[in-house]
Design a protein around this ligand. Structure first.
Ligand code: CO
Length: 293
């Protein structure tokens, strides 16, 4: 009697375990095989000169992660519309992610190619958050822009020090032109200048659309009696801002303003993403995302 009830009890427990295992397995049954992808998201540019930057990032990312499909999206509607007229179709992050969901990708590392975590990065965060809520992917992670953590800041300082023209003398200035933003993250530019000047007091960081502006940069250059300055875009691409606002012939370009103030200017028309030193920082952020898959 005792033996029989023990047998039935054992059988019942075993049945429950088997059912639970089957339930778990079938629940997992619709879990598709892991299919990873990387989505690179830039503001975008319609300038031909900017394409070298995008091509370099594309190449470096594909080299770092062979076997993981790499997709692109541009956040700027204006640029996408402009490119579409030229027959070049680029997706927004929303459309790119919807397509990837359709293609049954399960794990997506979305990488911001922005310089700071400004307005566009935060818009992208909302998009990624919405896709997370929809649940179409098992995992979707957004990687930080170029400058986010203190480690990023230090690596950015090192990248700048390595990429300034070799012929530049220490009594000559390097003036970096960042984009600038109304977003609170604009403070990263002044923070970068502070950290750069700890290493080299004649490197300056200004912005086109935020603080510090070119007026303040001019004031600082004159105070230090700088006679010559290398102007470099601190943007991923040497596009419209670099060509016109920085190095343009118009009276309000940095080149014109500083030249007028008695500072000889040498423009360097290369975006940060043309240098591996900067691209490596973005790539390391993709690494951080992929490690969570
Ligand atoms: Co702009």
């Amino acid at each position: 009697m005792m033996k029989v009830s023990r047998f039935w009890f054992g059988a019942a427990v075993l049945t429950i375990i088997v059912f639970a295992a089957v339930a778990l397995a079938s629940g997992h049954g619709d879990a598709r095989p892991m299919k990873k992808a990387i989505l690179l998201v830039a503001f975008g540019s319609s300038e031909a000169s900017a394409q070298v930057s995008f091509a370099n990032i594309d190449k470096k990312v594909k080299e770092a992660y062979p076997g993981i499909p790499v997709r692109w999206a541009y956040t700027s509607h204006i640029i996408r519309a402009k490119l579409a007229k030229q027959g070049q179709m680029l997706d927004s992050a929303e459309v790119a992610l919807a397509k990837m969901q359709d293609e049954k990708f399960t794990h997506v590392a979305v990488q911001s190619l922005h310089t700071i975590g400004g307005a566009e990065y935060h818009d992208l965060r909302r998009t990624v958050g919405a896709f997370k809520m929809m649940g179409g992917f098992e995992r979707i992670i957004l990687g930080y822009p170029l400058m986010s953590t203190q480690d990023d800041m230090q690596r950015t300082v090192a990248a700048i020090l390595k990429t300034i023209p070799k012929e530049r003398q220490t009594n000559e200035a390097v003036v970096l032109m960042g984009h600038g933003s109304h977003h609170p993250s604009n403070a990263f530019y002044a923070a970068l200048m502070f950290q750069l000047q700890l290493e080299d007091p004649n490197i300056f960081v200004g912005t086109v659309e935020g603080y510090p502006g070119v007026d303040l940069i001019q004031e600082l250059l004159l105070k230090k009696k700088i006679k010559k300055a290398y102007l470099m875009p601190f943007m991923s691409v040497a596009g419209d801002h670099a060509k016109n606002d920085m190095a343009g012939v118009e009276d309000d370009s940095w080149m014109s303003i500083l030249t007028k103030a008695g500072i000889a200017c040498i423009p360097v028309l290369k975006g940060t993403a043309e240098y591996d030193e900067f691209v490596d920082i973005w790539v390391s952020h993709i690494d951080g995302s992929l490690r969570h898959f």
